[in-house]
Design a protein around this ligand. Structure first.
Ligand SMILES: [Zn+2]
Length: 441
């Protein structure tokens, strides 16, 4: 099983120039392949797509074509092209007419090196370069979370104004003591939601609710912040064909950084939420997770506000991280159609109208319970979970996702949030810079 961690780089100015040079050369390799295939298409030749053919072209071009980039690194770009090409072929064969072949140039292209070509000693990483070039050692800003002998590849990339290395390692599946391993017969249903990214109904009438309110608040703050930024800078936007001002470039950079920070925060919070679920399941020896998959209904247009909500949800990521962590823990995960699970009573199977709040009460049999937990119980039952667990409030564990997000604790006020007294009637406004004398009025 492979796992990847993103690690930042601490580099000198010279090292930075060389690393960016490598990424630029990667972009050149990519552009070359695009160009070769454009020529071939113009003469109605078969395009070059297989990895072997592309590598032959690289060998023909000889050394020195791509700056400091070594052949292993250049081949990783060819591999990426070939994979993208065949993925498109497959999607087209499956009937997806919108699948496009690679066609866009990239200024910087991530470059991967496999085991044996790089050296990783503690935090020092030697990045391979072309022959007769001085060696390139860089420093990582934290220890990679895997033992060095398990590391299989490193990928150099540029994201959000910074250089990073993705360290991929082979990680063994968790080994348990006898009698503590997950039992495949013990099953839990998982309902995915926005307020509760994961609601889990397990065996023995136990449940877990992971609250995602902090994540939702982060999305709202980011949306408002982005709008305010755009409003503030709209006057400086260049006309089509006009070169932007330096101020405009500066604004764009700040915008990209804010965007990247927002994505990192949400990603991290979702990872933590999934980790909570798996830890909870392992503790209760749950061996099978049935996850309700709501993606069938997400492509329906529900108005711009709700569409934005479902996009922010990042449901695919929620499922992926849960699957990855379940695999690692030796828990099997299956996707179940969740249609109707949130509007059916798990005890008497009567249809219940969706309540406005979180508490669902069945008019037929007087069962009451948490809406998301009852949905999770239905999902478990649909997958053959057997008896419907009656959730009692005492058996529910509550956890919060995104405890690190700004604004969650009073001591970490979200800087994007406006001071509460600004604009209030008779408010003195901001207290900075400090006034020498108290304001009148
Ligand atoms: Zn009922």
């Amino acid at each position: 099983m492979h796992r990847t961690a993103r690690v930042g780089l601490r580099v000198t100015r010279g090292q930075r120039r060389r690393l960016v040079g490598l990424l630029t050369s990667g972009g050149d390799v990519w552009a070359c392949v695009l160009e070769i295939n454009a020529w071939r298409r113009a003469r109605q030749d078969r395009p070059l797509a297989s990895y072997q053919e592309l590598c032959q072209q690289l060998a023909i071009s000889g050394p020195g074509c791509f700056g400091e980039l070594d052949s292993e690194g250049a081949r990783s770009v060819l591999r990426r092209y070939s994979d993208a090409w065949f993925a498109t072929v497959k999607r087209r064969r499956d009937g997806d007419e919108r699948a496009r072949f690679p066609r866009r140039r990239r200024a910087l292209m991530p470059i991967r090196w496999y085991y044996g070509t790089f050296t990783l000693e503690g935090r020092m990483l030697r990045i391979p370069v072309a022959r007769r070039r001085p060696p390139l050692w860089v420093r990582l800003d934290r220890d990679p979370p895997y033992p060095p002998e398990h590391v299989r590849s490193v990928t150099l990339l540029y994201d959000a104004g910074r250089l990073w290395v993705d360290v991929t390692a082979e990680v063994p599946v968790t080994v348990y003591l006898a009698g503590q391993e997950p039992d495949p017969a013990r099953m839990a249903g998982v309902d995915l939601g926005i307020i509760h990214p994961y609601a889990v109904a397990g065996p023995d009438s136990e449940g877990l609710l992971v609250s995602g309110r902090a994540i939702r608040a982060e999305h709202r703050m980011h949306l408002a912040d982005g709008k305010a930024r755009r409003r503030a800078a709209a006057r400086r936007a260049p006309r089509p064909g006009q070169k932007g001002s330096r101020r405009w470039r500066h604004y764009r950079r700040r915008q990209r950084l804010a965007e990247a920070r927002h994505h990192r925060r949400v990603r991290q919070a979702q990872h933590e939420a999934a980790k909570t679920v798996i830890a909870w399941a392992v503790e209760r020896r749950v061996g099978t997770l049935a996850v309700g998959d709501p993606r069938g209904v997400l492509n329906l247009d529900a108005g711009r506000r709700h569409n934005q909500r479902t996009r922010d949800w990042r449901i695919g990521h929620l499922i992926t991280v849960l699957k990855d962590k379940a695999d690692l823990a030796g828990i099997s995960l299956t996707l179940v159609d969740e249609r109707g699970t949130s509007s059916t009573c798990p005890a008497c199977h009567a249809r219940i109208p969706k309540p406005p709040g979180r508490v669902l009460a069945c008019p037929a049999c007087q069962l009451t319970g948490h809406r998301d937990l009852l949905a999770a119980a239905n999902i478990a039952a649909r997958h053959g979970g057997g008896t419907t667990p009656t959730i009692i409030p005492a058996g529910v564990t509550h956890r919060r996702a995104g405890a690190h997000l700004p604004g969650v604790a009073p001591s970490r006020r979200d800087p994007r949030r406006r001071a509460h007294h600004r604009g209030a009637r008779r408010s003195p406004g901001r207290h900075w810079p400090a006034r020498t004398s108290p304001a009148s009025g």
